[in-house]
Design a protein around this ligand. Structure first.
Ligand code: NAP
Length: 215
């Protein structure tokens, strides 16, 4: 499958790229700088430079011929304006561009607690509201969508074990395990048209995602 990864040079994005390549997929990665593009091209990843803060009609080119998208891009800023600009409006512009390009599937990396920001500390609530607005737009886009909401991310070694559900205890999750959840979700029907929280420990990733049909 040909898959566009938004934020392909990010800490989670580059792990998603590695795992997709290992599964034999063709990857198109969006990055922000020429140096990041060079690094990915050395791994046979096609690239496009995309700034979610400044949507242009050429956004569509990042998605042409891709069947699916994994979005790992987001601002690192906790500033409300930045969150609105990038995590909300930037992602909505990208979703619209993907629809125009004929993409069918979108796996969205969101954030634990986003469905109910009162569970989050105050400094994360503006980010959560911006992400929730984008997640909602994705849900009404006509795409086959999945929204994945992890808690604190670490660079710890992967365990292959996660707990998923509408709401899970906060905890933490390694980025390697998160990347595996995003990649495994791509073709797991139990995750289609579904938002869920995920944290470390519990069950093997495939089993955990299969359990999302048990409601
Ligand atoms: N960190 C946590 O503990 C945590 C917890 C829960 C959820 N999350 C979510 O997980 C996701 C990924 O986390 P991470 O640790 O992998 O983050 P990261 O390394 O900061 O990756 C974010 C990616 O988004 C890109 N990006 C930022 N602004 C952009 C813009 N205006 N246009 C296009 N791309 C842009 C970055 O590009 P550059 O590399 O060029 O900046 C980077 O590739 C984020 O959505 C975050 O909100 C994180």
């Amino acid at each position: 499958m040909r898959i566009t990864v938004l934020g392909a040079a990010g800490a989670t994005g580059r792990r998603v790229v590695e795992q997709l390549l290992a599964h034999g997929h063709t990857v198109h990665g969006t990055v922000r700088t020429a140096a990041q593009a060079d690094g990915l091209r050395r791994k046979d990843v096609e690239t496009a430079i995309v700034d979610l803060a400044a949507p242009t009609p050429s956004f569509v080119d990042a998605f042409r011929e891709s069947e699916a998208v994994v979005n790992t891009a987001a601002t690192r800023s906790m500033n409300k304006r930045e969150a609105e600009l990038i995590d909300h409006h930037g992602i909505v512009a990208a979703v619209d561009a993907a629809v125009t390009a004929g993409v069918k599937r979108w796996v969205q990396l969101s954030m634990w607690g986003t469905a109910d920001p009162s569970r989050l500390p105050g400094y994360l609530r503006d980010t959560a509201r911006a992400k929730l607005a984008a997640d909602d737009r994705l849900g009404h886009s006509g795409l086959n969508w999945t929204v994945v909401r992890p808690p604190w991310l670490t660079d710890n070694a992967p365990t292959g074990l996660v707990t998923v559900g509408d709401e899970v205890e906060e905890g933490s999750l390694s980025r390697d395990d998160l990347a595996a959840v995003l990649v495994t979700a791509l073709d797991n029907p139990a995750t289609f048209h579904r938002a869920f929280e995920v944290t470390g420990g519990g069950r093997p990733i495939s089993d955990a995602l299969d359990s999302l049909t048990d409601r």
